[in-house]
Design a protein around this ligand. Structure first.
Ligand code: ZN
Ligand code: ZN
Length: 359
């Protein structure tokens, strides 16, 4: 069974020309035409498949769209191999859209809406981002109204079923199984109306309050990391779940370290002698210092990697690396004895570093 693969249905290659598609279609259409297959119900289905495949593949725009959708579907990991299976996922998306188009006949109203997420930015020092921090975030958050318990109706009364849509939340007729509706105007799609609003929240069911939340920032956050506090956002209406509070971290750059993913890089100045002879030196880390071997003959710009001394990875997944970049510092002032020694050095090693430029 070729399934959803339109090329397989027509028995042509994916690269088939318009002419090849037309020929294949004509041959199959003759073979499976219902008039020629009285009493063979399978043939009719096959004929419909063939016609559909021809409709799509003979129209350049539709064919391009189909090819693109197939390529997209084929990349989905659990697609099951063939492009056809991937295309199946696509049609699921469409049927999903149809389901959302409007509640089916007589179905109860949708679940109470979840409250919105609230985003708050906080600025952290580089050290705080590396070590983690306990901070306090202030935000104006809607809470469920205490007077009416979030119903929006004056205590002692309750929201009534909307008389216009009888609780369905959509207006419009029922078209034989297809409910083509728009949200009801009277109740804004809620399915209920409040005739006697709560005096505290004026019927909204929520009240705004300035809240202070302690938030634990884990070690290793970056500039733009979103730390989610579940259920600390806006209250949902009519008993819906609260949204989340999302703390977005802004991190002040370090004077010394440059962050690259979970690695940290720093420039390490060394003297001419250290670069030429090699040296054991110490360099700073985010929580102390570490020994580093500069190999003899290190050129300016050489990157030396110190594993596990970079930024902490989120979720306690270890640390990145520290990348020490050798920066050879040339003395800008020489004493007389130093100058003499360097002149002796030149006399001993008359190499020409620019020889390669002219070869
Ligand atoms: Zn209504
Ligand atoms: Zn209220």
């Amino acid at each position: 069974m070729p399934g959803d693969d339109l090329y397989a249905i027509l028995g042509v290659a994916k690269t088939a020309s318009d002419d090849e598609i037309k020929k294949a279609y004509r041959k199959l259409a003759r073979q499976y035409h219902p008039d020629a297959n009285q009493g063979n119900p399978g043939a009719e289905d096959r004929f419909k498949e063939i016609s559909h495949a021809h409709d799509v593949l003979s129209d350049p725009a539709k064919r391009r769209e189909y090819d693109a959708a197939r390529a997209f579907g084929g990349r989905m990991p659990p697609g099951g191999g063939s492009g056809g299976a991937g295309f199946g996922d696509f049609s699921d998306i469409f049927s999903d859209m149809f389901r959302r188009g409007g509640p089916s006949r007589g179905a109860p109203q949708q679940a109470p809406p979840r409250g919105a997420d609230v985003e708050v930015e906080v600025t952290l020092s580089f050290d705080q981002a590396m070590q983690g921090a306990q901070i306090v975030v202030t935000a104006d958050i809607n809470e469920s109204c205490a007077t009416c318990q979030g119903s929006g109706a004056r205590p002692g009364t309750s929201p009534q079923l909307c008389p216009d849509c009888r609780g369905r939340g959509v207006s419009g007729r029922d078209l034989g199984g297809f409910s083509l509706g728009q949200p009801c105007h009277r109740c804004a799609g809620n399915g209920t109306v409040i005739e006697d609003p709560c005096a505290t929240c004026h019927g909204s069911g929520t009240t705004s309050a300035r809240k202070r939340y302690p938030v634990k920032i884990p070690p290793g956050v970056k500039d733009g990391t979103r730390v989610r506090q579940a259920g600390k956002g806006q209250a949902g209406l009519r008993g819906g779940k609260s949204g989340d509070l999302i703390v977005i971290t802004r991190v002040t750059p370090s004077r010394i370290f440059v962050r690259n993913g979970d690695d940290l890089a720093l420039d390490v100045p060394v003297t001419i002698a250290e670069a030429a002879l090699g040296a054991q030196i110490e360099i700073p880390t985010i929580d102390g210092r570490v020994k580093l071997t500069v190999p003899a003959g290190s050129q300016d710009g050489r990157a030396l990697r110190v594993p596990g001394q970079g930024a902490p990875k989120l979720k306690n997944a270890g640390r990145g690396d520290l990348i020490a970049k050798v920066r050879v510092r040339v003395p800008d002032h020489l004493s007389d004895p130093q100058r003499e020694l360097l002149e002796q050095y030149v006399a001993l090693a008359p190499d020409d570093p620019r020889a390669g430029l002219f070869s």
